[in-house]
Design a protein around this ligand. Structure first.
Ligand code: PMP
Length: 401
C-alpha cells in the first residue's frame, strides 16, 4: 500500500535550507529562507518577547485548551492593531490561527464552504504573478480554484500596474476573491504606491470583488502605520474583506505559530454567523490554537513599556534591512562592469527580486556557498555588513561569466 507512494518534490525554499545546513563551507551565506537575522547571523528572540515570557511563566496557571477562536486578549490586540477604529468591532470576526499560513488556510476553508463560485464551479481566488508559492497550495487544498492576475512587469523590477488593473477589471467575476499582499510583497518587494492602492480599491469596490489581504510583514517596509496604509485604503472602499495577519516576522515568533484571520462583514449578525463558521473550520482541523505565542503578543501589547520596546526593536530590524539594501547597492556600484542595482532601493521588506538568473543563482551556490532561491529572490536580512564586499564581488563574478 505505502510501497508505491511517489516522493513529493522538496519545498523549493525549505529544501535549500537543508542543502545549506549540509554545506560544510564555513563562509557559506543563506539568502534564501524568509527569516530575519541580526548582524551576527542569528534570528534573535526580541527582548520584549523574553520579558513577556518571563511574566507568563510566573503568572500562567493552566495549560487547559483555549477556545476554538483563541485567546480573547490576543484577538482584541489583533483587532486593534489591524483594524483600529476604522471598522466597528461588531463588524469584525477574529480567529487566532497557527501563523499566517494557518490563517490563510482557515480563511480558504471558510470561503470554499460559505461563498459560492460560478454555476457548478468552485470559488476562484486571484493571486498575483508571482506570489508566495504556498498561496497556491493552501488555497487549492482548501478547495478554491486559483487564478492569476498580472503583477510584476517584464523588467522583473517594477509593478506593471496597467496590466494588474486591467486583469482585476476583467478577470474575476463579482463575488470572487482577490488576494493582495498588504505590504512587502513576497517574493518581489514591489508594492503599489498610495495612488495605486486607491485605484485598486476602486476597482475592487466597483466590481464587487472580495479582497483578501495577506499581512505578514507589518513593520518591515516603511513602518508599522505606514505599512497598513494600503489595507486602510481597501477597507475605506468595501464592506467586506478578510485580513490574514502573521506575527512570525514582526515579533520574531516564527516557531510559535502566531497569526489571525480578521473577517470584516457588513453587519453584526453577519459577524456572528461568520465567526461560527470560521470556528467550524478550525474545529475539524486542529480544534483550537496553541497558547504560548499568542499569549506573548497579548502580553507585550497590553503593557505600555513592552509595547514601546517592541516598536523600537522592530524599527531596528527594519532599519537594518534598509541599510543592508543600501550597502549592497553601493557595493555593487563599485564592481567594475556590474549592472545597476539601484532598483532594489524601491523594494520593500525582507525580500528583493535581484534579477539574477537561475544559472547565476546556481553558480553562487556551487562556487561560493551563497544560497538564493532560483527565482533570484534574495532575503536581504540574510546579508552581512561585514561580508558585503565578498558578497558583491561574488555576485559580480557570476554576472560577468
Ligand atoms: N504570507 C506570506 C506572503 C509569507 O511570506 C509568509 C511566510 N513566509 C506567510 C504568509 C506565512 O507566515 P507564517 O510563517 O506566519 O505562517
Amino acid at each position: 500500500r505505502f510501497d508505491s507512494i511517489a516522493m513529493a518534490a522538496p519545498d523549493a525554499i525549505l529544501g535549500l535550507t537543508e542543502a545549506f545546513n549540509a554545506d560544510t563551507r564555513p563562509d557559506k551565506m543563506n539568502l534564501s529562507v524568509g527569516v530575519y537575522k541580526d548582524a551576527s547571523g542569528v534570528t534573535p528572540i526580541m527582548k520584549c518577547v523574553k520579558a513577556a515570557e518571563r511574566k507568563l511563566i510566573e503568572d500562567e496557571t493552566t495549560k487547559g485548551y483555549l477556545t476554538i477562536d483563541g485567546l480573547p486578549d490576543y484577538r482584541e490586540a489583533v483587532r486593534e492593531m489591524v483594524f483600529g477604529d476604522q471598522v466597528p468591532s461588531e463588524r469584525v470576526a477574529i480567529v487566532q490561527a497557527p501563523g499566517g499560513t494557518g490563517a490563510l488556510s482557515v480563511a480558504g476553508g471558510f470561503l470554499a464552504r460559505q461563498c459560492s463560485g460560478g454555476p457548478g464551479g468552485p470559488l476562484r481566488i486571484f493571486v498575483p504573478t508571482p506570489t508566495w508559492a504556498n498561496h497556491n497550495a493552501i488555497m487549492q487544498d482548501a478547495g478554491l480554484l486559483v487564478e492569476n492576475y498580472s503583477y510584476l512587469g517584464s523588467d522583473r523590477r517594477t509593478l506593471d500596474f496597467d496590466a494588474m488593473l486591467e486583469d482585476l477589471r476583467t478577470k474575476p467575476k463579482p463575488g470572487e476573491v482577490v488576494l493582495l499582499h498588504a505590504c512587502c510583497h513576497n517574493p518581489t518587494g514591489v508594492d503599489p504606491t498610495a495612488a495605486q492602492w486607491k485605484a485598486i480599491a476602486s476597482v475592487i469596490a466597483e466590481r464587487g470583488l472580495l479582497p483578501l489581504l495577506d499581512f505578514a510583514y507589518q513593520g518591515f517596509g516603511d513602518g508599522l502605520d505606514q505599512d497598513a496604509a494600503g489595507l486602510r485604503t481597501i477597507l475605506d472602499h468595501v464592506d467586506e474583506a478578510i485580513v490574514c495577519s502573521s506575527y512570525s516576522k514582526n515579533f520574531g515568533l516564527y516557531s510559535e505559530r502566531v497569526g489571525a484571520v480578521g473577517l470584516v462583514t457588513a453587519s453584526a449578525e453577519a459577524t456572528k454567523a461568520s465567526l461560527s463558521q470560521l470556528k467550524k473550520v478550525v474545529r475539524s482541523n486542529y480544534s483550537n490554537p496553541p497558547r504560548h505565542g499568542a499569549a506573548i503578543v497579548a502580553t507585550v501589547l497590553a503593557d505600555a513599556d513592552l509595547t514601546a520596546s517592541w516598536k523600537e526593536e522592530l524599527e531596528t530590524m527594519r532599519l537594518r534591512i534598509t541599510h543592508l539594501r543600501e550597502q549592497f547597492v553601493a557595493g555593487m556600484s563599485e564592481q567594475a562592469g556590474a549592472p545597476d542595482f539601484t532598483f532594489l532601493l524601491n523594494q520593500k521588506g525582507m525580500f528583493s527580486f535581484s534579477g539574477l538568473t537561475p544559472m547565476q543563482v546556481d553558480e553562487l551556490k556551487n562556487k561560493y556557498g551563497i544560497y538564493i532561491v532560483g527565482s533570484g529572490r534574495i532575503n536581504v536580512a540574510g546579508m552581512s555588513e561585514d561580508r558585503m564586499d565578498w558578497l558583491c564581488s561574488a555576485v559580480a563574478d557570476v554576472i560577468g561569466n
